[in-house]
Design a protein around this ligand. Structure first.
Ligand code: NAD
Length: 467
């Protein structure tokens, strides 16, 4: 099928590439000329496993980039809207980009079109898109608006798209529902996975996804409620971690005990410095605003946000408690992305913590496997960027782990100890076992677990003692 995807950011670029991968002819559009020029030259703009490989496979054949929404609309049967829906000042979703695209589609559509809302939007947005289409010259029956929320996670976006748990389609007419089924057919019937060139499925992937056809309002709510629930799980376990610290319990043991209940499950029960990224903070706020708009109070969501924000402050207090004073201290920071596997720093807790440390007079040397180019844009020269973990650690008075990159979970602890001025680690992502850190001789502070403090005479590392 000929499909267009309007907005080629994290979701749009991945969706467009994966639609090409499952056999469709795709026009991927963005109004940012620079982005399209880079994509057209074979660049990928974002860091995602398998993405570059698939882009190279389909670019110039089934996948074409353009800045013209008009061309894309004329040539496609289904038009996916994947533009941003950022937070407005009151927390509600700013839908101006979605509206602007809907108007353009209305003005240049010829023949029947399915307009697919893939951006995360509040309930009833599909109705508003329909209205905008009619106000701008289209007639009912010439088009359908469908809600098809996207559940991919940055870091594993390609495999999430190709091997989803579920595909949710909120359609009002049979005609639109049929088009959507046809688009996703290779995923729904498992035929994509059987191809020899298919991206291999991740461990634990379903053989075929649940295909859930709903009304548009349910589809829209499913996305907001899913993200709010995941954020809630993170804030819940962080609140429990804080109690663990007060009573001397261990959050790793407690999480395992809670998560092994099949009704709860182990995912999203890792305590740390809280959630970030372009979705959870904005979607929790937007869902709260939606509930309020429709006369439903939902104060639980305020609490989710509050716990998340306090988590960063608690971590900063830990840094201070471990180091006594902060002014002039040289700190090594591992991780700037909002989570491992991505270069995305939007609403990253790591960036917020680094900014606070800088404000308090610390000197920071940071390393991130993928996000440093983006971090330079917000931190400029206030931070020194290192080429690897051990260079970042060289001579630092403590090491802070702020992003859960898997690369940071297997460090050479003896090499790290030699590089650091003092063997102090503050782990905001609980990447290490206490026993490993104890054996390696670190003062180790994590979340929801007892602090490890070797005696003060061991605070100086062997190099300092030798000196
Ligand atoms: P993004 O900011 O990375 O990308 C949006 C793109 O849309 C930008 O490249 C922008 O230039 C383009 N754009 C804006 N207005 C346009 C217009 N009029 N015409 C053409 N292009 C236009 O955003 P994203 O992270 O890809 O998120 C997009 C939507 O998907 C949001 O609603 C988000 O909540 C949702 N979502 C995001 C994720 C994620 O992990 N990032 C996951 C699921 C859903």
């Amino acid at each position: 099928m000929r499909i267009s995807v309007i907005g080629s950011g994290y979701v749009g670029l991945v969706a467009a590439t994966c639609f090409a991968e499952i056999g469709h002819d795709v026009l991927c559009v963005d109004n940012d000329r620079e982005k399209i020029a880079i994509l057209d030259q074979g660049g990928s703009l974002i860091h995602e496993d398998c993405l570059q490989e698939l882009l190279s496979r389909h670019h110039h054949s089934r996948l074409v980039f353009s800045t013209s929404v008009e061309d894309a609309v004329r040539e496609s049967q289904a038009i996916f809207i994947t533009v941003g829906t950022p937070s407005a000042s009151n927390g509600a979703a700013d839908l101006s980009y979605v509206e602007s695209v809907a108007r353009t589609i209305a003005k240049c559509a010829e023949g029947y079109k399915v307009v697919v809302e893939k951006s995360t939007v509040p309930v009833y947005t599909s109705e508003w898109i329909e209205r905008a289409m009619i106000q701008n010259g289209r007639h009912a029956g010439e088009f359908d608006v469908v809600s098809n929320p996207e559940f991919l996670r940055e870091g594993t976006a390609v495999t999430d798209f190709l091997y989803p748990d579920r595909i949710v389609v909120g359609a009002k007419t049979k005609r639109a529902a049929c088009v959507m089924r046809e688009i996703y057919a290779p995923l729904i019937d498992g035929s994509y996975a059987e191809q020899s060139s298919a991206v291999p499925p991740p461990e634990g992937a379903r053989s075929v996804p649940l295909y859930l056809q709903t009304c548009p309002q349910s589809a829209e709510l499913i996305k907001h409620a899913s993200n709010a629930f995941l954020a809630l799980k993170i804030s819940f376990i962080n609140a429990v971690a804080n109690i663990c610290e007060s009573v001397g319990a261990d959050i790793a043991e407690v999480s395992e005990g809670i998560g092994s209940d099949s009704r709860i499950g182990p995912d999203f029960l890792r305590s740390g410095i809280g959630y970030g990224g372009s979705c959870f903070p904005k979607d929790v706020a937007a869902f709260r605003a939606v509930a309020q708009d429709f006369g439903c109070e939902f104060p639980l969501l305020d609490e989710v946000r509050k716990i998340n924000e306090e988590q960063r402050q608690r971590f900063l207090s830990k840094v201070k408690a471990a180091l006594w004073t902060l002014k002039g201290k040289r700190l090594a920071v591992l991780g700037l992305a909002f989570k491992g596997g991505t270069d995305d720093i939007r609403e990253s807790p790591a960036i917020e913590i680094v900014k606070s440390l800088l404000e308090q007079g610390c000197k920071v040397t940071a390393f991130d496997p993928a996000a440093m180019d983006r971090a330079v844009e917000v931190l400029a020269d206030s931070v020194t960027f290192a080429n690897d973990v051990y260079t970042a650690a060289e001579g630092a008075e403590a090491l802070l782990i702020l992003t859960d990159w898997k690369e940071f979970a297997n460090l050479d602890l003896q090499r790290l100890r030699k590089a650091l001025k003092y063997p102090i680690i503050l782990d905001g992502r609980n990447l290490y076992k206490l026993s490993d850190m104890e054996k390696a001789g670190f003062n180790y502070y994590s979340i929801g677990r007892r602090p490890l403090e070797v005696s003060h005479s061991f605070l100086r590392n062997s190099r300092v003692i030798a000196g």
